[in-house]
Design a protein around this ligand. Structure first.
Ligand code: ZN
Length: 413
């Protein structure tokens, strides 16, 4: 489904990509990074200027002579529809080319919600958001969609997950095709964790990295790996493959039927149930009220205030995740590990325990040059990440994404 096709030369496309990811650039920066002369770069910039994709954005500092012009992306030239479908809610947003969220709205989903109903709601929200922003259909590059499980094919059918959180109707449903018809936009689907990781890799704390591991720890533990710009697809049958890594062969029974999976120790339900069990067994805590009504926010807050039971539960969970991360680090030697998700966001104790535990288990005495960071730069990372993923596909001219038609020129980087 084509929008207005815009022809760009391959050089202009690469130039645009660099300006997009670096916010502002001078001609000299572009010459250096693309290994091209000033006349080629000027030609690419002129092409981008004529299509309204970039603008002059002030002057850079200069050590002498004329100050160089800074170029940035014209954020309002195009917009992207972003959608995140989790197992409990669906979020719909409109972002501009600067990845700024202009409109965002969500609605609940549950195991009875049909995919066709979700599409109808998305369509209605999107139309409303477009109207509020006074945007037309041709202003959109397409729609990026984060989904809760691995995508099987271009039609947008999903793999059967180990744990079926949603209705069976989602399986084998050509979600991308149906959504394209409803929104009249090119649609790109990917697993949410991959979208969030690519967002961090291209625009966030991992921008200068070659290899990263991205962890999202909340109701379960999920991970993504990016090696040299490409997502390494892990098992398509688990939305949370790392969460089912055996961390204790003689351990607790997991929902997947195996024993001792990471999810049983490092996730929100694991922390909550361990605190509930300890209180029921008579251990003291600052937490008050019915143990069955304790939630993770209260546990994180009490841990912060020094409650030893809550602090111990969170530290133990982080310790187990650290072991799993160290195993992954020792396999792929990443530059950076980013820990995101509600547990890391709400509890510094959890994050520090994860990092401390992982560092202690790095192979060869910890000589690996890996850094750790919290993934707290982007709100709505799975939603905005879906849009960033669509943009990536547009710029790299993936076959289904056809808004920019790129003329190949044998350009060498
Ligand atoms: Zn499991």
């Amino acid at each position: 489904m084509k929008q207005g096709v815009m022809k760009l030369s391959e050089g202009a496309c690469l130039t645009f990509d660099l300006i997009l990811k670096n916010k502002v650039m001078t001609k000299a920066d572009l010459c250096h990074l693309l290994n091209k002369g000033i006349s080629s770069i000027s030609r690419y910039l002129m092409e981008l200027d004529e299509t309204g994709l970039i603008l002059e954005d002030g002057l850079a500092d200069s050590s002498g002579g004329r100050k160089p012009v800074l170029y940035s992306v014209s954020t309002h030239r195009y917009y992207i529809c972003c959608i995140n479908i989790s197992t409990i809610y669906c979020e719909v947003a409109i972002i501009d080319l600067g990845l700024n969220v202009l409109q965002i709205e969500s609605f609940s989903v549950n195991r009875h919600t049909m995919p066709s109903d979700v599409i109808l709601q998305i369509q209605s929200i999107f139309e409303n958001q477009k109207r509020k922003e006074n945007l037309k259909q041709e202003d959109f590059l397409g729609a990026g969609v984060s989904v809760f499980n691995a995508v099987k094919n271009e039609e947008g059918e999903l793999y059967h997950p180990i744990i079926q959180y949603l209705s069976e109707d989602w399986l084998d449903y050509p979600f991308a095709v149906a959504l394209e018809k409803a929104l009249k936009l090119t649609v790109y689907l990917d697993k949410g964790i991959n979208s969030a990781a690519m967002l961090e890799y291209n625009y966030g704390k991992a921008r200068d990295c070659e290899k990263i591991i991205y962890i999202l720890s909340a109701m379960n533990v999920r991970s993504a790996m990016i090696l040299h710009g490409s997502i390494q697809r892990n098992s398509p049958f688990y939305e949370d493959a790392i969460g089912h890594m055996t961390i204790d062969y003689d351990g607790k029974k997991c929902q997947c039927g195996q024993y001792g999976c990471l999810n049983c120790y490092a996730s929100i339900p694991a922390i909550v149930s361990s605190v509930q069990a300890a209180i029921k067994q008579g251990q003291t805590s600052m937490l008050s009220g019915d143990p069955d009504r304790i939630n993770i926010s209260a546990i994180c807050e009490c841990a912060k205030q020094g409650d030893s039971l809550c602090s111990q539960a969170i530290t133990s969970a982080g310790y187990m995740l650290g072991i799993a991360i160290a195993n992954q680090i020792n396999l792929i030697c990443p530059d950076k590990v980013i820990i995101s998700g509600l547990l890391s966001a709400k509890s510094r104790i959890y994050y520090e325990s994860v990092v401390d535990s992982a560092k202690k288990r790095l192979a060869f005495g910890g000589f690996q040059n890996v850094s750790f960071d919290r993934g707290d730069e982007f709100q709505n990372a799975l939603t905005v990440g879906a849009g960033a993923m669509l943009l990536e596909k547009v710029l790299h001219n993936e076959k289904r994404i056809s808004c920019f038609e790129i003329e190949e020129s044998g350009f060498m980087r």
